[in-house]
Design a protein around this ligand. Structure first.
Ligand SMILES: Nc1ncnc2c1ncn2[C@@H]1O[C@H](COP(=O)(O)OP(=O)(O)O)[C@@H](O)[C@H]1O
Ligand SMILES: [Mg+2]
Length: 250
């Protein structure tokens, strides 16, 4: 199987008798902005875990630029360009934004374990941090410990840290979860400002955000894709409306 980007073909996963991924086929090409939605228990997290390598499929194919990534470990997939947003700020909340951003940049270069030089003594790393701070409008917060930021800004730090790995495929796992609605425009702006050629898959419950940032929406129900379509196609579909609104219609 060849082609540019991530291709998932007939992916299946069962936990014992429970089928949680059912013949899932989807593409993420450079520049794609897709959202994966579906009720609780539909299999969204399972799907992302299959892509990032946390769990192995029962059957089916996953390729990146035509290359089978199934044998790769999680960290090998990150190096190949498949990354899911860090949920790492819980670990490093006492560190400043700048210190947090430094970690994935050093990790990407394989310099995290170097003890000979100070972690902040690599000019190219510090310049890349400056760029990320600017991109995510966090420059003024560079020296703020992460736990003193507004929650929405903490989510931006997670996004910036993930982007520091220079992924080609970015999975945003509920980027607006827990973010007060007053701060959700921050998240939307950050997603809109992601590199144009990056492939982005957003798992998110906030339909307002999904409809604003995704060009295509994939609806997952009981482990299977119910439909994939534009926001207009999705919102016009009676089955999707039933699922989300319990709406009755003729
Ligand atoms: N490790 C596991 N072992 C057994 N069942 C699991 C495991 N992980 C998830 N499941 C089940 O798989 C189904 C899909 O879960 P999940 O992918 O978390 O759904 P979602 O993220 O859409 O809410 C659920 O029924 C869940 O209980
Ligand atoms: Mg989930």
């Amino acid at each position: 199987m060849t082609g540019v980007g991530l291709k998932v073909r007939n992916l299946n996963k069962a936990f014992g008798g429970l089928v949680v991924a059912r013949n899932i086929t989807l593409d993420l090409a450079p520049g794609d902005r897709k959202a994966l939605i579906g009720p609780n228990g539909a299999g969204k997290s399972t799907f992302t875990n299959l892509i990032t390598g946390i769990i192995a499929p029962t059957s089916g194919e996953i390729t990146l630029d035509g290359r089978d990534i199934r044998p790769m470990s999680e960290s090998q997939r990150v190096k190949a360009g498949v990354a899911k947003t860090f949920q790492i700020t819980t670990l490093f909340k006492a560190l400043t934004v700048r210190e947090n951003l430094r970690l994935p940049l050093l990790e990407r270069r394989g310099w995290l374990g170097r003890l000979i030089r100070r972690a902040d003594s690599y000019p190219e790393v510090e310049m890349e941090i400056d760029g990320l701070l600017k991109q995510f409008k966090l420059t003024h917060h560079a020296h703020t410990p992460v736990d003193r930021l507004a929650y929405g800004q903490q989510r931006l730090v997670e996004m910036a840290m993930t982007l520091a790995l220079k992924p080609r495929i970015l999975i945003l796992d509920e980027p607006a979860a827990g973010v007060p609605s007053s701060e959700s425009p921050l998240i939307m702006e950050a997603i809109a400002a992601l590199p144009a050629d990056l492939s982005v898959l957003i798992i998110e419950h906030d339909m307002n955000l999904v409809f604003k940032v995704a060009a295509k929406i994939i609806v997952l129900v009981a482990g299977a894709i119910l439909m994939e379509g534009t926001p207009a196609e999705i919102s016009a579909d009676a089955r999707v409306r039933d699922l989300y609104l319990g709406a009755h219609h003729d």
